[in-house]
Each structure stands twice: as C-alpha cells, then as structure tokens.
Write a new protein. Structure first.
Length: 279
C-alpha cells in the first residue's frame, strides 16, 4: 500500500486533481457557512457584473448570487455522482460476479441482459427514466445508476473468469469453503483494482449526466444545480456571460479533477509503468 501512495504522489496531475476535488468537497460540505441563505433568493440587482465588490461572481437575471449557486450546486453534483456510482457499482459487481464465477447458462443470460442495457444510448435512457418519474434527486440517482452499471458488470465478469481458475481459489474449494465465501473473501478483493479505477471515472460521468439533465430542465426543481444555472443563463450569454461561464468552469474543474485522480490510480496500480519509466 505504501508503494501505491508513493507512485500516486509522483503523478502531478493526480495530486492536482486531489487538491481541486478536495476544495470542491469542502465547498459542498460547508456550503451553509460559505454562502449563507437560500441560493434561490434574490441577493442583489439583476445582472450585476462579475467581480462586483458585493457579488464577486455577479448575479443572474433574477438577482441570485452566482457564487452562492455554485457553492450550493456542488452538493447536488457530488450527491448524484457519489450515490449513482455506489448504486451502479453494487449492481454491476453483483451481476458480473455471478456471471463470471458460475459461467455457463447464468453467464449467457446475465450478459444478454447487460447487452440489452448497453444497446440503448445511456443519456436517452436516463432522459426517459427521469421524464417518466417526477424529477427529483432520487430519481436522477436511480436513472444514472441504471445506465452506468453495465461496464462495471463486464469488467467484474472478466476479472472473475480470470481469477476463478487460480490456485488460491482451487485451494479454497478443496478446503470446503462455500461459494459466497470464495466470491467475497477470495476473488472479490483481488478484483478491486479495476473497480476502483472505473468508479472514479463513473463519478465524473454521473456528474455530467446530472448537469445535462438539469440543463434540459429535468433536474430537481427544489435544489440548485450547475446544469440548471448553465441552462438558465444560456439565453443571456451575450449580456450576462458570467451566469453560465462560472458554473461551467466549476463543472469542468470537478470532472477534470476526477479524471486526473482516476488516471493517477490506474497508473499507481500498474507498477510496470514506473519500472519502465525508471529503466
């Protein structure tokens, strides 16, 4: 583990991503203290210019403070990103583990089921799910999770198919360990590396999906969202550019930081890259 952190720390992009993401986490956690009050409330004159002494990121067409909307919007993005990824990983790992370990008919049925979801464009499916149900944070989390689990299932299946024939698994079978004990204690811990890497990228994708849905007006109307701010400001982009640009920058930096972290984890889990670089 110490070797992993040492390799991770040598990746400047990954470290920079951690710093940026830590700032976003802090901003979301302390939003009520950083930007007190309701972000939906009128805080000043409409279309106050950016870098104004009282509203340093300006206000939108309804006088809402852009800085407050960004701070509170971080909570929604992280909640959807984290919640949807957790649910997708649980579904994908469960299906992939059963398919990869049992093989045969179970594998064929589960993979056909997975391919059915992969055959539908993920954004279109998420759009349909949220449109059918009432747009809330919960329904968005469910929609994003439903369209995100298939890649996890395929990765886990491949790992389980590779690991189930290893000597330590065969030894566990000879010792009489049950199927679930072998799956959970022997194989799954050895298949965590690609799951962790994939999860970091999935959080970024989930945040983008939520922003896209909110941009189209299918976000939760009771919470502030970066996608909603970008969408509401697009009609006035020429006269009040800051209402869309600053939430867009926040979204861009958050997604970029998660991708940098994911790449750093991937590199750190592959010591051969560092050995090759040292050679």
């Amino acid at each position: 583990m110490s070797g992993f952190w040492r390799r991770f720390a040598t990746n400047r992009g990954a470290v920079a991503g951690c710093v940026v993401f830590a700032l976003v986490l802090a901003m979301a956690a302390f939003a009520p203290w950083i930007a007190p009050g309701d972000p939906w409330s009128m805080a000043g004159p409409p279309r106050t210019d950016a870098f104004d002494p009282e509203h340093w990121l300006g206000t939108d067409m309804l006088g809402r403070d852009v800085w407050a909307t960004i701070v509170h919007g971080a909570r929604v993005s992280l909640l959807v990103g984290g919640g949807a990824t957790l649910a997708a990983v649980l579904i994908g790992v469960s299906i992939g583990a059963v398919a990869g370990y049992l093989g045969g008919v179970a594998d064929d049925l589960l993979m056909r089921f997975t391919e059915f979801f992969q055959s539908i464009p993920s954004f279109i499916l998420a759009l349909l799910i949220v449109a059918i149900f009432q747009p809330t944070v919960g329904s968005i989390v469910v929609a994003v999770a439903i369209v995100s689990w298939p890649p996890v299932a395929r990765v886990v299946r491949a790992e389980f198919m590779s690991l189930r024939s290893r000597e330590f698994v065969q030894a566990a079978v000879v010792l009489g360990q049950g199927t679930w004990t072998i799956v959970l204690r022997q194989i799954l811990p050895n298949a965590l590396s690609p799951i962790v890497v994939l999860s970091s990228f999935m959080v970024a994708t989930a945040i983008l999906l939520e922003a896209a849905l909110s941009f189209l007006g299918l976000g939760d109307p009771n919470v502030m969202s970066w996608g909603f701010m970008i969408g509401s400001g697009r009609s006035t982009i020429r006269i009040a550019w800051w209402t869309s640009v600053f939430p867009g920058i926040a979204l861009f930096l958050t997604v970029l930081s998660l991708n940098l972290i994911g790449e750093g984890i991937s590199d750190a889990l592959n010591p051969r890259l560092h050995e090759r670089g040292a050679a």
